[in-house]
Design a binder for this molecule. Structure first.
Ligand SMILES: [Zn+2]
Length: 368
């Protein structure tokens, strides 16, 4: 059935005001507290989420488009945007984003693509006080759902507060048509719960959690439920099945919401991400998040003494490349990991312990 394209914003001032109300929430928050009044950190909401065919969407506002070549190629025939400015971020560094900022024009920012475009667009929208719409071309990361952007700095990743997208538009046909290794690669940010929870509890037992990151069993229990959801949907999501992709997006959204509510990422981020940040220095830029985190999950789970068969099955079902990091680079990274984790003051985990490489026999493959 063909539906008329949806006008956005709809006509009529009152309607516009009502429909845009949610768009302004993050910007209202940027006003900031009165001087000297301590306030709790902002708890960000999830973006409004719509499943639709992109050809049914019509944007009327002059648009600043943030995208990358292949991602834009994948949607440009379906998507009508009145683009008045276009930026193609090449790197996740503040300098680079700052340079893009000078040229931005338009009344709304659209991010079309994966994690890099999304993180840069969140930065640009936040700095320009503009609403942000994200159109993922693959479920490759959880960045479409969070209010922070990851920047590379001094050999590690630092998350800066930017803003969550106001609206997430998901065309499941577009996602299904993405390259298989990207299509459902965001599953790594849910499967990482397996290793992150172990680390979080370990840190508690070692007396290493600051009070604001104290281990809470019911939060861990909720996270375990989300992990089960990801293990259950991995095969369908990896195959591009619409229900599988929807289920994976739900898992990602719940994982982000849980971290937003508890105020830190310990339920989802631990030694597997630290391995990814450390190994990225060795292999250089250009690898996907999943290509680094996926092997990290298996290595750290093994070091923690966890059973890895189900995790590996799920990673392989989602076509995560597990064998692309040269073996000697893996070994070198593992040896340096405790020093790296301490140097970058990462929350305590098995990666901080000298035994992490030894636990893996010093010559550990990401596959068995
Ligand atoms: Zn991640």
């Amino acid at each position: 059935m063909h539906r008329a394209p949806e006008e956005w914003p709809p006509e009529g001032l009152e309607e516009v005001a009502q429909s845009l109300e949610f768009l302004w929430i993050p910007h209202a928050l940027t006003a900031g507290p009165a001087m000297n009044i301590p306030i709790e950190p902002t708890i960000y909401p999830l973006p409004a989420l719509r499943f639709l065919a992109l050809s049914d969407w019509k944007e009327c506002r002059p648009t600043a488009l943030v995208t990358g070549g292949p991602a834009w190629d994948a949607v440009q025939d379906r998507l009508r945007l009145p683009v008045v400015w276009r930026g193609e971020p090449q790197r996740a560094t503040l300098d680079h984003w700052q340079a893009l900022l000078d040229g931005v024009q338009g009344e709304v920012v659209y991010a079309v693509g994966g994690g890099l475009a999304t993180d840069a667009a969140k930065f640009l929208a936040a700095r320009c006080h503009l609403p942000l719409v994200c159109i993922p071309t693959a479920l490759s990361v959880d960045a479409f759902l969070t209010g922070a952007s990851g920047v590379r700095e001094g050999g590690c990743v630092r998350y800066i507060e930017t803003q969550p997208p106001d609206l997430l538009l998901v065309d499941l046909d577009v996602i299904a048509a993405a390259p298989p290794s990207l299509r459902a690669a965001g599953i790594c940010d849910v499967l990482s719960i397996a290793t992150a929870l172990w680390d979080w509890r370990f840190a508690e037992e070692q007396g290493q959690n600051p009070p604001e990151m104290a281990y809470v069993e019911w939060v861990a229990e909720v996270a375990r439920g989300i992990l089960r959801g990801a293990l259950d949907c991995a095969e369908a999501a990896g195959a591009g099945d619409p229900e599988g992709l929807r289920a994976l997006l739900r898992c990602l959204a719940l994982e982000v919401l849980l971290c937003n509510l508890v105020g830190h990422s310990r339920p989802e981020e631990g030694s597997e991400h630290y391995f990814a940040y450390a190994v990225e220095n060795e292999v250089g830029p250009g690898r996907t998040h999943a290509e680094l985190v996926g092997p990290g999950i298996l290595l750290m789970a093994r070091a923690q003494g966890q059973e890895t068969a189900a995790l590996e099955r799920a990673l392989r079902a989602c076509h995560i490349p597990l064998d692309t990091i040269p073996q000697e680079v893996v070994n070198r990274t593992l040896k340096r990991l405790p020093e790296y984790a301490a140097h970058h003051r990462l929350p305590y985990s098995i990666a901080h312990t000298p035994g992490v490489a030894a636990a893996l026999g010093g010559n550990e493959s990401t596959r068995r």
